[in-house]
Ligand binder design. Sequence first.
Ligand code: ADP
Length: 240
Amino acid sequence: MYMAKPMAIELQNASFGYQKGHDVVHDVSFSITEGSITMLIGPNGSGKTTLLKGMVGLLTPTYGTVNIYSGKPKDKRGIIGYVPQRITFDQTFPITVTEFLKSSHRGSDIEITEVLDHLGVVNLAQSLIGTLSGGQLQRVLIARSLLGKPKILFLDEPVSGIDIGGEENFYELMKDIRTRHQVTIVMVSHEVHLVSQVADQVICVNKTMLCSGAPEETLSPEIINSLYGHDVSSYKHNCH
Ligand code: ADP
């Protein structure tokens, strides 16, 4: 008998803001199936990070509901991994990548080595955390999240500053991580041209949700236009 996959995330008419009476994202409704890869796209300032913060429980909806496996995000912290947009460490911060991962009380030595290897940064295990590039740090932070064995991994703009192997390899890695770690992945992406190669679902945001669905059904030229205007060259969009 066919069993439908459980819903990992459900938003119903959810709005979020930082100040009372000033929502920056309005009336968003979508659901995300367990084991899928979802990409949030939209121009700068459209509310992608805000929406992600709402899903991980850092912001409470001012209206509507957010459910993670039928519960409030705050009660589901144990199954949520979140890699934020920016974390900076002082160059002289005196701990190595391995020490940093151990300090999170996550994973055995073998698990740490395995996950760093999988993410292509095992050679950095003894490097000082403050000396890593943006892309390297992002991979270490993903490793840290995965060691917590999350059911859902949220990534905010993971390809900004990616400098090892390029964006396409990074997205291939995400697919591999989904399978190997059995996680649902939700990520903010700037790479509109790569979305359809990777995502099962795309959610287009511009202060509200413009559309949600499979990339081939969702990313019409009209939608791309309403998100980014005529000039999408900076997004390297190559579908016509
Ligand atoms: P995106 O991730 O799509 O670039 P954001 O979610 O970061 O968009 O921002 C959406 C809007 O919310 C912007 O107008 C931004 O100025 C505002 N905003 C973001 N963070 C804060 C904050 N901490 N306090 C007040 N306003 C914020």
